[in-house]
Design a binder for this molecule. Structure first.
Ligand SMILES: C[S@@+](CC[C@H](N)C(=O)[O-])C[C@H]1O[C@@H](n2cnc3c(N)ncnc32)[C@H](O)[C@@H]1O
Length: 464
């Protein structure tokens, strides 16, 4: 079992992104599976944990994500920048933006009309989007904060400064953007955008846009000082890092097509595909302001019909680009029978051999993990290797009787356990075999609940 040192690091605190895995686990895997100078790939790189930890340990990195916002966050984190140049650009931005924005908070909001461009993109209507149809990005802002946000965005984009500082000012803007909206609860109830959807709580605050932006800049400066020191000189390219000088290749594209990478060119892969979150729905707010297009058609999501096919294509690409004898680690986190089987079948057809499954205990639970007692409290790390001896006889299916027997034996040994604890014991045992039943249903049919349900406390199951 992999455990933790300190979770909080400035490089991962400045900008929100959903589903980051603990950096020290990713770093440990990179160190275990590669040497300095080797090439590490993450084809679902998100906000860049794998890329950043690979660079921090003097490996070369390739990061791919279909979400342009993910690539932007990774690029800004990895790009060396001069904190003094950023502070200077920020002070010049303050000179043009702070007073006009502050004045908006002295006025009657009724008379305020935004004088600069703002996006009026419709938010997706989904459990990760807006609760009502037809809600736009602009609806998330009070009239005053829409005017202030549009003013600030215009000021950032028209300020004379070097491109690296401008990217950092834009990054600060998107990192603070949720704080400008009506999605933030009153202080008593919490201060962040912590519901992963576009929801306006009954009691919300109207933050001063400039003050929130200035606060965020402090976090961005801390992030940049830390990443400068940790990563040193990083050269970011679009081309594969085949020359020793090129340290980091970042691409916006689908994991199902890595044709820019030659065969047998990668020394290690870490991927964490989406399991519970629709990243594109949640990125609309940022992308609308940034002007980034989102290719929803190619987004991989486990609840979509073509998930198995997409994962099979993504894994086949990994098998092609990995050097023989090298490893890929896949982070996995779903309790749904269909998805468990989809992933197993995708692996079986990929050309990669499955050699191990271990539990990744998280120090920090995500919002979904904390709030839903059906969500798994652990992730699993699956180890795949390229071209080892073919697996033996076809694996036997895991039937409902088989699961009931395994749970019965576990409960007899360990006493009452929660569904999550049971799943954690079972999954490494059954991961590589076809699963023919729903584990939760087997529990309900064969075992009894020993404690009453209380909010946020998982009920436990016992054998009769
Ligand atoms: C669990 S997140 C990865 C988080 C990442 N490990 C980090 O450090 O932030 C999964 C990522 O898969 C991306 N994604 C979804 N469909 C994709 C596709 N077809 N190709 C590449 N990336 C995709 C999402 O945009 C999201 O960033």
């Amino acid at each position: 079992m992999v455990t933790k040192p300190s979770y909080f690091q400035s490089r991962y605190l400045a900008h929100k992104y959903w589903g980051r895995r603990p950096w020290y686990v990713v770093r440990g895997l990179i160190e275990e599976n590669t040497c300095e100078g080797d090439v590490v790939l993450d084809s679902f790189c998100g906000s860049g944990t794998t890329v950043i930890e690979a660079l921090a340990t003097r490996r070369r990195a390739v990061g791919v994500d279909l979400n342009p916002m993910a690539v932007f966050i990774t690029r800004v984190t990895a790009t060396p920048a001069d904190p003094a140049a950023l502070t200077d650009a920020f002070e010049r931005l303050r000179a043009v933006a702070q007073a006009p924005i502050d004045r908006l908070y002295e006025r009657d909001p009724e008379g305020i009309v935004p004088e600069h461009w703002y996006p009026d993109v419709v938010l997706p209507h989904s459990s990760f989007g807006a609760a009502r149809k037809g809600v736009t990005v602009a609806h998330l802002f009070s009239r005053r904060n829409l005017a202030a946000t549009a003013f600030l965005w215009h000021a950032i984009n028209t300020l004379e400064c070097d491109p690296v500082s401008r990217d950092l000012l834009r990054y600060t803007f998107t990192a603070a953007l949720a704080q400008f909206t009506k999605m933030i609860r009153t202080k008593k109830e919490g201060t962040g955008w912590y519901v992963n959807a576009y929801r306006i709580p009954r009691s919300h605050r109207e933050n001063n846009v400039w003050h929130s932006y200035e606060n965020k800049l402090r976090a961005v400066l801390r992030m940049k000082r830390e990443s400068n020191e940790l990563l040193g000189h990083v050269e970011i390219t679009q081309a594969p890092p085949t020359t020793p000088g090129a340290t980091c290749c970042l691409r916006c594209g689908s994991a199902t097509d890595l044709s820019f990478l030659p065969d047998n060119s990668i020394d290690y892969v870490f991927i964490d595909p989406p399991w519970a979150i629709k990243y594109f729905d949640l990125s609309v707010l940022w992308c609308a302001w940034m002007g980034f297009p989102l290719n929803f058609d190619e987004e991989i999501f486990p609840h979509e019909a073509n998930f198995r096919e997409d994962m099979a294509r993504a894994l086949k690409e990994l098998a092609r680009v990995l050097r023989p004898g090298r490893r890929a680690t896949v982070n996995f986190a779903t309790r749904h029978t269909d998805q468990i089987n989809d992933l197993r079948e995708a692996i079986e057809h990929s050309g990669l051999e499955w050699t191990g499954t271990q539990t990744l205990q998280q120090d920090q639970l995500s919002f979904v993990q904390r709030q839903t007692d059906l969500a798994l409290k652990a992730n699993y790390l699956l180890t795949l290797e390229k071209w080892r001896a073919p697996a033996g006889a076809a694996a036997l299916p895991v039937t409902a009787d088989c699961v009931a027997a395994m749970i019965g034996a576990l409960l007899a040994r360990r006493g009452p356990l929660s569904y999550d604890e049971i799943f954690q014991h079972l999954y490494p045992e059954i991961a590589r075999r076809p699963l023919e039943c729903d584990i939760r249903r087997v529990l309900e049919r064969n075992f009894r609940l020993v404690e009453e349900r209380r909010p946020y406390v998982e009920p436990r199951w016992a054998a009769d």
